[in-house]
Design a protein around this ligand. Structure first.
Ligand code: ADP
Ligand code: MG
Length: 359
């Protein structure tokens, strides 16, 4: 359905998109995940025909964006990072305006009614867009993208600036749309892709660093395996023993306690399975292992692992963690990543004009 081959976009000396290639099949919901400045919007703007590329080829339904931009635009509904709303229009006026602009031939009343039903904006249909909340404006932006029933929908950071309830509503809406559309959404929020997408493409500094089914994404990152262990025995001694093992790269005592069983978070060293050996050691010491639960890797861990591998870990702070041994715990990494995202978001907000200003 969508094919991007060796796409490059330079802004002067700055390479925003660096040899990006991927294909998206009909009906997929794909998350385009990456930190601020990774090249997500640039790629989406090129895909939707709003920006020219420096090199490479982009086609939708076999049609080259450069050869037939109008045909491509007809097949794509696009919600850019800044929804293209006219704040002085009512929702109704605006949607009719877009309907005419797109040269839509479907029955207007019926089509707009169906869309308003799907995106749940019927109750604000007669209201002036300027007076709507950010959540409602975002829905109007989505409605605009759906006019003309395009088979492909592209959303650029659709939940930025929304409150948690609105975020859930928009995610549900995207999931509903995914049932009969091909959807690409960009985000810098890891849980967003996990919640909504079948497949995740991770982009960093203009390059694709991972492209995997959401359920397989764990395989992208190697080795770092986390367990929660419950062990009966003196906490300090158990902790020292765990910390001294070469097959464990990190251990931390957790606050949960159940009788003489203490809980520990353990990360095994890459590519080793320490479970059996740990069991025998604990048995020898007379410290019964009463629980061992694999925690899997969070997307945060995976993201950091991938970004680290590509040598671009500078965004992630290097604060000292509570690690018992040299390595950094997954929770510390998550905190650092969260902080880097907060910093990046604050930075981005500085450069965005206030929403209620003159558009
Ligand atoms: P994302 O959407 O992933 O945050 P962008 O595609 O907006 O990233 O930006 C990718 C890179 O290109 C960034 O380094 C950004 O500063 C740069 N960039 C984006 N738009 C322009 C522009 N119009 N002129 C110059 N540089 C730009
Ligand atoms: Mg962007």
């Amino acid at each position: 359905m969508i094919k991007i081959e060796h796409l490059v976009k330079n802004y002067g000396a700055n390479c925003a998109v660096d040899d990006v290639s991927f294909e998206i099949a009909k009906g997929e919901i794909v998350g385009f995940l990456g930190p601020n400045g990774a090249g997500k919007s640039t790629t989406m703007n090129i895909l939707t025909g709003y920006l020219s590329s420096t090199a490479g080829r982009v086609s939708v339904d076999g049609i080259n964006v450069l050869d037939e931009p109008l045909e491509v635009k007809r097949r794509i509904g696009y919600l850019p990072e800044q929804p293209p709303l006219y704040l002085d229009m009512t929702v109704e006026e605006y949607l009719i305006f877009v309907y005419n602009l797109k040269g839509c031939t479907l029955n207007r009343t019926k089509h707009l009614e169906e869309i308003c039903d799907v995106v749940k904006i019927k109750d604000v249909y007669k209201r002036v867009i300027r007076n709507l909340s950010k959540g409602y404006r975002q829905r109007v932006g989505i409605a605009q993208a759906l006019i003309g029933n395009p088979p492909v929908i592209v959303f650029d950071e659709p939940t930025v600036g929304l409150d948690p309830k609105q975020i859930i509503e928009i995610r549900n809406l995207i999931r509903t749309l995914g049932k009969d559309h091909t959807v690409i959404l960009s985000t810098h929020i890891l849980q967003e892709v996990q919640a909504v997408c079948d497949r995740i493409i991770i982009i960093n500094k203009g390059k694709i660093v991972a492209d995997e089914l959401t359920e397989n994404i764990n395989r992208v990152a190697d080795g770092n395996r986390r367990f929660r262990a419950r062990i009966c025995g003196p906490q300090r001694e158990v902790l020292n023993m765990l910390g001294d093992r070469s097959d464990i790269s990190f251990v931390e005592a957790l606050p949960q306690r159940d009788g003489d069983a203490y809980t520990y978070m353990i990360e095994s060293a890459p590519n080793v399975d320490m479970r059996k050996s740990l069991f025998y050691t604990l048995a020898q010491k007379g410290w019964p292992l009463v629980g061992l639960e694999a925690l899997g890797m969070s997307l945060e861990d995976i993201f950091i692992s991938i970004v680290d591998k590509t040598g671009e870990s500078a965004r992630v702070g290097k604060k000292g963690g509570k690690a018992h041994r040299g390595s950094k715990s997954a929770t510390d990494l998550e905190k650092d990543l969260a902080q880097s995202i907060i910093d990046a978001t604050a930075e981005a907000q500085k450069s965005i004009a206030p929403y209620d200003g003159e558009d």
